[in-house]
Design a protein around this ligand. Structure first.
Ligand SMILES: [Zn+2]
Length: 237
């Protein structure tokens, strides 16, 4: 049986003499692993579709529950991301987070839209703020939303020194929870991103650090590319 669906490449691994096994985030079937035969041969036509960040309409053949990619037509390869190491690690954060949040069989359409939009924003220099917006969207789609409103303990809007509670994904007053220390700029950056805008400045960077910790608390994924991104960004300041 053959079928087509839009998909983003999350990762690929070499196997056999000339082949790759790819893991894709598809619009119609969530996360899917498929073989790509012969793509490491010189001049292989489908090589592009086994490269990082390839967003394409993929054609699959299914046989006995195994999938093979038999064709692909490129929507976007986000090639400009490869010119800048910091942007490259930001882009790998997008695919590594999607990979960690999705299990095989889970619907992936909304996450695909979010991931492709994030890669587009990063290609245009969106940086830290684009990652904050994306991680908030992705975590919410996976059932781990962040709340940047009233303190869930006392109902007041947290201000000044505050905390972030990993259990509920909420900002609280300093006195209302045992969460990690957080700041008003941190909360503001999250509110901006939750409103669909791209936050900027030091608040966005602190929000990104907090989201890394929250992501790991929820999924146990350590997001090594995000660690590298934060490292490079901190040393550039
Ligand atoms: Zn409170």
């Amino acid at each position: 049986m053959e079928f087509k669906t839009d998909a983003l490449l999350l990762r690929s691994a070499e196997y056999g003499e000339n082949d790759r096994m790819v893991t894709l985030l598809t619009a119609d079937r969530g996360k899917l692993s498929a073989a790509m035969k012969g793509v490491r041969k010189a001049g292989a036509k489908l090589n592009f579709a086994s490269q990082p960040f390839c967003f394409a309409e993929y054609v699959f053949a299914e046989r006995g529950g195994r999938y093979t990619v038999t064709g692909a037509s490129l929507h976007d390869g986000f090639f400009s991301l490869r010119n800048d190491l910091t942007a490259l690690y930001a882009a790998f954060t997008v695919t590594e987070a999607a990979d960690a949040l999705l299990y095989e069989g889970m619907a992936g359409g909304a996450l695909l839209v979010s991931a492709v939009r994030a890669l587009g924003a990063l290609s245009e220099g969106g940086g830290t703020g684009a990652l904050v917006r994306y991680l908030l969207e992705a975590l919410s789609l996976a059932g781990y939303p962040v709340h940047a409103g009233e303190c869930p303990v006392c109902g007041k809007m947290p201000s000044g020194r505050m905390r972030f509670d990993m259990g509920t994904g909420s900002f609280t007053c300093a006195a209302c929870s045992e969460g990690v220390p957080a700041s008003e700029s941190n909360l503001l950056a999250m509110q901006t991103a939750l409103g669909g805008e791209i936050p900027a400045g030091g608040g966005a960077l602190r929000a990104l650090r907090l989201l890394k910790a929250y992501f790991t608390a929820k999924t146990e994924a350590s997001l090594p590319a995000l660690g590298e991104y934060l490292h490079l960004t901190a040393s550039a300041e």
